[in-house]
Design a protein around this ligand. Sequence first.
Ligand code: ATP
Length: 238
Amino acid sequence: PESDTIVSVQGLHVSYGRVQAVRDISFDVPAGAVVTLVGANGAGKTTVLNAVAGLVKPRAGTVLYRGRDVTRWPAHKLVAAGMVLVPEGRQILGTLTVAENLQLGGWRRRKASAAAIDEMYERFPVLAERRNLRAGSLSGGEQQMLAIARAMVARPQVILMDEPSMGLAPKMVDEIFGVIETVRSSGVTVVLVEQNARRALRAADTGYVLETGTLAHSGPAARLLKDPRVVQAYLGVE
Ligand code: ATP
């Protein structure tokens, strides 16, 4: 991998029993970039992300994070090292308040996290307004914003996001892609898994298209957006 590469995945294979979910996937994530993995339902995107996050054990392959082999590190150790997953379905705690959810993001370093939480309130005023409300009372988009803000409280270097726009109304999808831009502009590297390929590629520098567990296409996102094979299979007419 090149020197500015923050995450490098090499020859990743993941199986669930006899189901081979991911076969020989390799990609590099430059520091500060937004890299997206797109593809149909079941193509293996979540599996790749979970393998990078330490939540599923690969059958073969290597994950390098800042040049270190972290392939078999447990998720909590990766979080401590600066790589945080925002899982599919958001996983915020609905009966806790917005503030309490943000505090959970900083459980490792309570003092430092107070400042990080204030920063999140500045960046996302909606969360500040709703800080004492139960998180479950927020809209889907606000809950996703909260999930991302909670990840940011840990002051990560890399955020892995699994389908952040899933199930959101179009206006909220715009909002969440705005949040992703905010995350990137604060210097955090983003690995974005999305079924909404067009939006994801527009937000990304580099894209990887997965088909049934393998890499079908990859390259600069702007190029993939114009690649007739990608347009036909994943983008369609606008
Ligand atoms: P989605 O967008 O629906 O999450 P995906 O592209 O992220 O799709 P994965 O969820 O990674 O795809 O699934 C890849 C393949 O692995 C699919 O065939 C799926 O059925 C299978 N799979 C995923 N999780 C498991 C599991 N826990 N046990 C068995 N098979 C699984």
